[in-house]
Design a protein around this ligand. Structure first.
Ligand code: NOJ
Length: 763
């Protein structure tokens, strides 16, 4: 059947010379191929290509197939099985022109095998590990017939109240940009047409991470220099790495929604950046232009979106309903529609779908008997990547690593929480396949030690929060509330603790608390869990807190209470094993925060790279007449780039190869890092730059490079960083990107706060 359909496509399009295989000059042939195809398309067929639907309750499967066969749907998302997507591709090949469908999905941090959430991946600062996570995800997704992922999500965010902080790579432009590149390369490989890769569609263009007050879907009001300097580069990095698609953000930018924003979509994306791929609206975003108050009705919304350059409309019929009318009325041109169709067909071409519509669907005979079979998972990769993402926040009296002996009390609502372990946007992952902390610890100790488990508290007892969480993700119940009184649960935990040598408490957020639309005003550990921690602390036993969360939390009190604290994010399918590896010292933690942890919500936004100001506060200063809050200790709780190890590292002073840098030249900054502790370990040496005096205020420091190094106990290594003029460039108030002569500080540290410094002059 499959072969027949493919042959049918070939026959029907025999006139198109570039159809069968990737030709020697793909671009020219792609153009010719698409031009020929478009000449044969009716208006309805063209508009059909612009419709991207979600496989959900809106339409039955037979209805969907009927629509596809009629040429009224171009692509789908949310179906992740070959045997579900094959009949839809068959239907496409029954359509008049037999244009193949593409199948998309939100593959954000893994597909069947779930890797740590993106914020955790970023904390690894390990580009190989992050790239591997994307590559494995692409292999699994493509094996499930998917052609495109709605990722990577590279929205820089400096407001942890925003629930989607979990989905991005933190607060820093440079780190996020580096990750954007490796994610795209991991998803797409050298060619998105490869049958074991998927096309990347970077999102959410643009600035979605800066929604006001961290309230999801809210406005973004931002100066052009900040946009260009801090928020836009990661999208650009993803596109420079070849991402074939762009998903457009739900927010407005300085009053104009991204979905109708011609400056964003045309001037910046197409003209300045030269993007040649497909643009996709976010879910229902075109119709939301009415609610944004920029379109009077759906007709005007469709007009604004197509004119702005939104090629595909996600999960609505607005283009189908309105574009023919708009065209007839002369309110849009045929060219507006053709431009969009060309990009959709171009993406399909680039995904290799014209050459073989079944390249990721395969033959029915080869379908996996069980899509969730263990053998389809990549557990080793997931465990190795996950342990690199864990950040040791505190370790007093060398509480960690734990010994595999005696009795360990494991308590907390997240200790045995398979759904939460996977984090939000966990694709096609199956909670039952994830390793919880409890299972991880049990597997690690075998019969060498005793693990006594008690839940100890509910995630939250707040009815409002419970009702939100249990409605948030599809129709699954996200959190199970234990009906017992809090006091009874705590008593049970204390009983477990009574006979233990050490207490490990897994606390924090459920995954739904750090998800789309899950904005929080209090980013603390919810009250019932805090009561549990207080009770555990009162036992006087060594207390290890294992945090699970998708955003920075205000954890000053818990950090004081804990003897050791490990930040584990939502660590994925192999999370429990990875956490056990670190807790028992089988892996020496090396993660560093990709986001600043505030002391309190009132400090937000707090991020390391803020602009210089006239009255900064520095340690030792009196509080008066300095920029700080008088009712809070100044500075963050934990700085960007922070993370401990079971060994100790020391940095030498920084040496520069020259005190001057000539335009166009480069200089070498070197530093010797020594492992002065007793264990082998890895750390991240971070290089920041500061432009001391420029035509406008510049950040007090900006990450410009880093190296993750493994050093044996007692080993030292000198690291070299090359600094060139490009590293010193910034967008000035006229948006010119240039380096300005003058003094620069080179700051190198193991976190963004504690740095060694040297200076040079750009001539
Ligand atoms: C809405 C989200 O904002 C977006 O990130 C996602 O890709 C789409 N829904 C599709 O699931």
């Amino acid at each position: 059947m499959r072969k027949l359909c493919a042959l049918a496509v070939l026959a029907s399009l025999a006139a198109a010379p570039a159809f069968a295989q990737t030709p020697p000059s793909p671009l020219k042939s792609k153009e010719v191929f698409i031009r020929d195809l478009m000449q044969r398309m009716t208006l309805d067929e063209k508009i059909g290509q612009l419709r991207l639907i979600s496989i959900g309750p809106e339409m039955t499967k037979p209805q969907i197939r009927e629509e596809i066969a009629a040429g009224r749907i171009g692509a789908t998302f949310n179906s992740v099985r070959r045997d579900e997507n094959r009949p839809m591709q068959d239907a496409a090949l029954r359509s008049r022109l037999k244009i193949p469908m593409f199948f998309a999905y939100d593959v954000i941090h893994g597909h069947r095998t779930i890797f740590p959430i993106s914020l955790g991946l970023a904390a690894s600062w390990d580009m190989d590990a992050i790239g591997l996570s994307a590559k494995v995800a692409a292999q699994e997704a493509s094996a499930d017939s998917l052609d495109m992922t709605f990722g990577p999500m590279v929205d820089v965010s400096r407001d942890p109240r925003w629930g989607r902080t979990s989905e991005g790579f933190g607060e820093d432009t440079y780190l996020t940009s580096r990750i954007a590149k490796v994610m795209v390369e991991g998803f797409q490989g050298k060619d998105p047409a490869a049958p074991d890769r998927v096309m990347a569609s970077v999102k959410h263009f643009a600035l979605y991470g800066a929604v006001e007050g961290g309230r999801d879907y809210n406005i973004v009001d931002m100066s052009p220099t900040r946009m260009y300097q801090d928020y836009l580069p990661p999208y650009r990095a993803a596109l420079d790495a070849g991402a074939g698609g762009v998903m457009v953000a739900l927010n407005s930018i300085n009053g104009v929604p991204a979905t109708s924003n011609r400056w964003l979509m045309q001037d910046l994306l197409r003209k300045d950046w030269g993007f040649k791929g497909v643009t996709i609206s976010d879910h229902g975003a075109i119709l939301e232009l009415v609610k944004h108050g920029v379109a009077a009705d759906s007709r005007e919304a469709a007009k604004l979106a197509i004119k702005a350059g939104i090629d595909m409309s996600m999960n609505d019929k607005v283009y189908g309903d309105q574009l023919p009318l708009l065209l007839k009325a002369g309110e849009i041109d045929q060219r507006d529609i053709d431009n969009a169709v060309r990009e959709v067909l171009g993406a399909k071409y680039d995904m290799g779908l014209f050459a073989d519509p079944y390249r990721r669907i395969g033959k029915a005979a080869d379908d996996p008997a069980d899509v969730n079979a263990e053998s389809r998972l990549h557990r080793d990769a997931a465990r190795d990547v996950a342990r690199r993402t864990l950040v040791l926040l505190k370790n007093e009296h060398r509480t960690l690593p734990l010994k595999k002996q005696g009795t360990i009390a494991l308590v907390g609502p997240l200790a045995d929480a398979p759904i939460d372990m996977m984090g939000s946007w966990s694709g096609a992952g199956v909670p039952e396949q994830s390793i919880t902390v409890l299972k991880g610890l049990q597997d690690a100790v075998g019969d060498q030690a005793k693990i006594v488990y008690a839940k100890g508290a509910n995630i939250t007892e707040d009815p409002r929060e419970i009702s939100f969480l249990n409605h948030i993700i599809f129709d699954r119940k996200e959190i199970d509330i234990d009906p017992r009184p809090a006091s009874e649960m705590i008593a049970e935990a204390l009983k477990a603790a009574a006979g233990a040598d050490v207490i490990v408490a897994a606390v924090g957020e459920s995954r739904g608390m750090s998800h789309e639309s899950a904005s929080r005003t209090h980013i603390d550990i919810p009250a019932p869990q805090q009561a549990l921690i207080d009770a555990l602390k009162a036992t006087g036993k060594p207390l290890v807190l294992v945090l699970m969360n998708g955003r920075p939390l205000t954890i000053e009190r818990q950090l004081n209470q804990a003897d050791a604290m490990l930040e584990t994010w939502f660590a994925g399918t192999e999370g429990g094993h990875a956490i056990a590896d670190v807790l028992f010292g089988d892996y020496n933690p090396s993660g560093k925060l990709a986001v600043t942890f505030p002391r309190s919500v009132g400090q937000i936004p707090v991020y390391y790279s803020h602009l210089s100001i006239g009255r900064p506060w520095s340690p030792g200063d009196q509080p008066n007449y300095h920029s700080q809050y008088f009712d809070e200790q100044p500075g963050p709780l934990l700085p960007f780039g922070y993370g401990l190890s079971y060994t100790d590292f020391k940095l030498s002073d920084v040496s520069l190869s020259s005190a001057t840098l000539n335009k166009g030249g480069s200089l070498d900054a070197s530093v010797t890092v020594s492992n002065v502790g007793a264990r082998d370990g890895e750390t991240v040496v971070q290089l920041y730059l500061r432009d001391v005096a420029a035509s406008m205020a510049r950040p007090i420091k900006e990450l410009k490079n880093f190296q993750k190094v493994m050093l044996k106990a007692g080993e030292s290594r000198t690291l070299h960083f090359s600094i060139g003029e490009d590293d010193l460039k910034f967008y000035n108030s006229q948006l010119q990107y240039a380096a300005e002569p003058g003094q620069f500080l080179v700051q190198i540290g193991l976190d963004s706060d504690d740095v060694k410094q040297q200076s040079f002059v750009l001539k």
